[in-house]
Every structure is written in structure tokens, then in C-alpha cells.
Design a protein around this ligand. Sequence first.
Ligand code: SAH
Ligand code: F3S
Length: 482
Amino acid sequence: MEKIIEESKQGESLVLEQKPENTKKLFIESYGCQMNFSDSEIVASILHGQGYNTTQNLEDADLVLVNTCSIRDKAEQTVRKRLEKYNAVKSINPGMKVGVLGCMAERLKSKFLEEEKIVDLVVGPDAYKDLPNLLAEVEEGRDAINVILSKEETYGDISPVRLNSNGVTAFVSITRGCDNMCTFCVVPFTRGRERSRDPQSIMEEIADLHAKNFKEITLLGQNVDSYLWYGGGLKKDYEKASDMQKATAVDFAQLLDMAATAYPKMRFRFSTSNPQDMHEEVLHVIAKHHNVCKYIHLPVQSGSTRILKEMNRQHTREEYMALIDKIRAIIPNCAISQDMITGFPTETEQDHQDTLSLMEYVNYDYGFMFAYSERPGTLAARKLEDDVPEEVKKRRLTEVVAMQRQLSLNCTEAFVGQTVEVLIEKESHRSDAHWSGRNSQNTVAVFPKEHYKTGDFVMVRIDSCTSATLIGEAIGYSERMQ
Ligand code: SAH
Ligand code: F3S
């Protein structure tokens, strides 16, 4: 995630420790955002208690689960192709059962069972605890489905198994669902209303990761700034909470402060922030703690106030710029990244130019850019004609991507000559003689391994760069190592 959609991870299958008494084999793979990858760890953990060990070999599986994404049409097409592949494998292994999890399951519900004959099981993002019952039905030869969305479910009581982990960085989910109803987005429909997880269970999960020697945690949610715990329940029902519940409520700034204070030797990140919900207090918490990374992923989607309004984003171009100014004033050296959509209905050439000029104003460190994809059932699909021709969407996307590449290069060049703290995560994929890690601003840095090892915080002098990577040499351990 690292935004949240990491292309290299798409379709990655998960493997966890094997329980010798487990006889059945589960193949589980995930598409889409980091939340899906986290959810798959919860699912694997539930099924581990139901006699399943994971396998990376599709042909061996008794049960194949695919955790799906609906965010753009292309994401759904990728999953349909995978179903074709499973179908081919089923001809070799007819006993194999296939289940669809996640956002496509929620969006298409029982239609999946009708459209895709190969699918035996359909489970929405809030129903994973029902998997043992659903599997029992499947084993008796019936199709099974549960796509009920929940007001409370946060899986706070399930300790997710860490799969394919580097043992250094981990994600901890803090909210589920989203109440924002951006007009282009399926998430509120597929993941339900927003609810926050009990801070105590969050702190326990962090304590467990700390004990296992993890060094960096990313607090995860569709909209982390909106985090609000007042004893459980939906965010929208907060108004109905008692005075006592309100007085003891915990918001995102407090949660982040609590975590950073409790574990000064760990680093904390968070994703995703939302301009309309990001308040000044959280900026002061980020500035105050040396171990809260100076990086905010702050999607804007468009630089045109008129388009922002059509998207139901609750701020103007000017308000967003004012927030950027505030971030720059409170947290000097903070990296900022964006999500952008090109070709939203009615977008004119002038709107597009406004997007480009906003990007220049912010000088984004990174970006995740997409051509608009109409999603059935969203307000935009119901109310607005998808009227920007595909080639115009694509051309604008190319221009936005080119602009971002230039801005990213400006940002990485600014690090050349500086010494930055890097947490070593893994071997560089380009060279087995180099480590790869990230600095506080989330920029990847590579440098010769020498005597350092994964999980070390090291000071790296940056000698050169590309638009995405800093290249340098370690000059010693960071103070955090003492
Ligand atoms: N709050 C979420 C956003 C999830 S969707 C988060 O945690 O990141 C991720 C990004 O996909 C959005 O910010 C948006 O830029 C893009 N997106 C969502 N719906 C889209 C659509 N219909 N067409 C194109 N891009 C879309
Ligand atoms: Fe989607 Fe907007 Fe929420 S992009 S996830 S509805 S903040």
C-alpha cells in the first residue's frame, strides 16, 4: 500500500506454518488493497483451526479461496480470469472447492453462484467467522453464501497469522468500512459502514508484534483519520453515545500518540488519510514523535473544485491546498502522496489542467493514478453519464503520470547529499549485495549490505537517485539501535 495496492503483490498466495494434525489443503490468494491482504491472514487463521494447512500449489488444494477487489472493472476481470484457471485445475482435481471472498463477493452476491458455475462458496468481508459453518454446507454438496455486512465486526479478537512476512514490517487494521460515499467508489457498498476497532485489542496486537521483533507498523483503514472508539458500534451512531462514552472516546490522534509513546523503538505509519477528516491534532502528534514517519498519503482525486463536488469529496481545491500548507508548516520534511482519477464524468480540459497545477503546487512525492472506471450501483453510475472518451481518459492519465514522475524525481533528488535513517526490510531485488529499506518519508533506499542485517535501523548517506529510489552507503547504526 505501499499504498495500498501494491502491484507486485497482486495474486500472491499465502502460506503459513503447518499444523501436523491438519489434513486439508487451502490455497488462498489476494487481490486489491492492503486490507484484503490483511483479511486473508484472518481467514487463514480461522481455517487453520478447521483442519486446513496452506499450500502454494493450486493443483494440490482441497479448497481454493480468492480474496477479490471491485474498485475498478479491470480488478474484477483479473479475478474472472483466475476463476477460469481454477476451472481448468478442477478437471484434474474434481474434489476441489472454490470460494470467492471480499468485495466482489459482496457486490455480486448470489449472482456469482449463477454466473460462475465453478464457485461453491461466496463470503463477504464481514462474514469470515461464519466460514466453518459455510464450509460444512459445502462439504454436504450445497453452495453456501453469507454476504451480511455487520455493524460491529472488526475481527479484533482474531490474532492474524503473519504470512509471507519479512518479519520487520506489519499492518494492523484499525477501522473497517467507509462512510464517505465518494460518488465513484464501491467501497461503502462492499465493505459497509465505518466502525473502529477497540484500542486495547490494537495495542495488544502491536505488543505481540513488538515481542516478535517487528520494527515498523502501519495502522490501516479506508480512512484512518476518522477512527473513533467509544465502546463499539458504527461511527455514525456516535451522536447517540452516552456522556461517559463520549468522555472516554479515543480518536486517531490519541491512538497514534498512545502507540508511538508505548514503543519508542518501533516506527509507525498509517494509511489512508482523508483530507476532510484530517485534523490539526494528528499533525502535531506526527511532528512530536520521532518514531511516527513523516509521510501522509492524502488522496485528492482531482484538482478541480467543480469535479471534487461531483465526486462528493467534502472540500474544495483551496481547502486542500490550505491543509497542505498546514502540513508543511507543522511537519517540515513531510512526504505527501496522492490518488488521482482522470476522466471523471464531465471533466473538461480545464479541470484536467487544474489537476496538473495542484500536483505542482503540492509537489507530491508519489502518486497512484487511475482512469475513471464506472462502477455499477455507485451514485456516479446512477446520476452521471460516463462521458469522457476512453482515449481522452488515457491521455490525461499519461500526462498526470508524467507530471508525477517529474515531481517524484525532484523529491528524491532533494535527498542526495543527505544522511537518512533507513529500516532494512529485505534484499534489493536488483542485487543480492545490497539491502533495501525505506526512510521516514517512505522512499526506498538501497545500499551495500556490509555487516548490517534485516530489521536494523541504519544511517545511510544518499549519493544518487532515480525517480523512485535513493542509492547510497550506510555510515553506521541509527540512535534507535542503542
Ligand atoms: N480510502 C481508500 C480508497 C480506496 S480506493 C484507501 O484507503 O486508499 C483507492 C483509490 O482507487 C481511490 O483513492 C481512487 O483514486 C481509486 N478509485 C476508486 N474508485 C475508482 C473508480 N471508480 N475508478 C477509478 N479509480 C477509482
Ligand atoms: Fe472510497 Fe471515498 Fe471511502 S474513495 S473508500 S468512499 S473515502
